[in-house]
Design a protein around this ligand. Structure first.
Ligand SMILES: [Cu+2]
Length: 113
């Protein structure tokens, strides 16, 4: 007899939380890229505009970065083992990148609208 009111209260709290979160739930698309053995995995990605890509360094001792070359290029912060860096892609296009310290490491992200 005493359990029912408690359950109702918990359900009510969850409902309020879900409502508060719902407006941006669809915009929180995240895709993961691992960095291990001097490779980006997956090396090639196809994503929709508005998607965030998160790179995580899975190495034991090597640091890496994510470097987009060119006039509009930029480089993410240096990632030590266990570190992650993320970037949201709002423009369509094909973005080729490499690792700052290891130019032979290549990746590509195709962003479609
Ligand atoms: Cu590297």
């Amino acid at each position: 007899m005493q359990r029912r009111p408690a359950l109702v209260r918990i359900a009510g709290a969850c409902g309020a939380w879900a409502l508060a979160r719902s407006p941006d739930a669809g915009a929180q698309t995240m895709v993961e890229v691992g960095i291990q053995d001097y490779k980006f995995t997956p090396a090639q990605l196809r994503i929709k505009t508005g998607t965030t890509v998160r790179w995580t360094n899975l190495e034991k001792r090597t640091s890496h970065s994510v470097l987009f070359p060119g006039p509009d290029g930029f480089e993410g912060e240096r990632l030590f083992p266990g570190d992650a860096w993320q970037h949201r892609f709002d423009k369509a296009g094909v973005f080729v990148y490499s690792c700052g310290p290891h130019p032979e490491m290549k990746g590509q992200i195709e962003v479609t609208s």
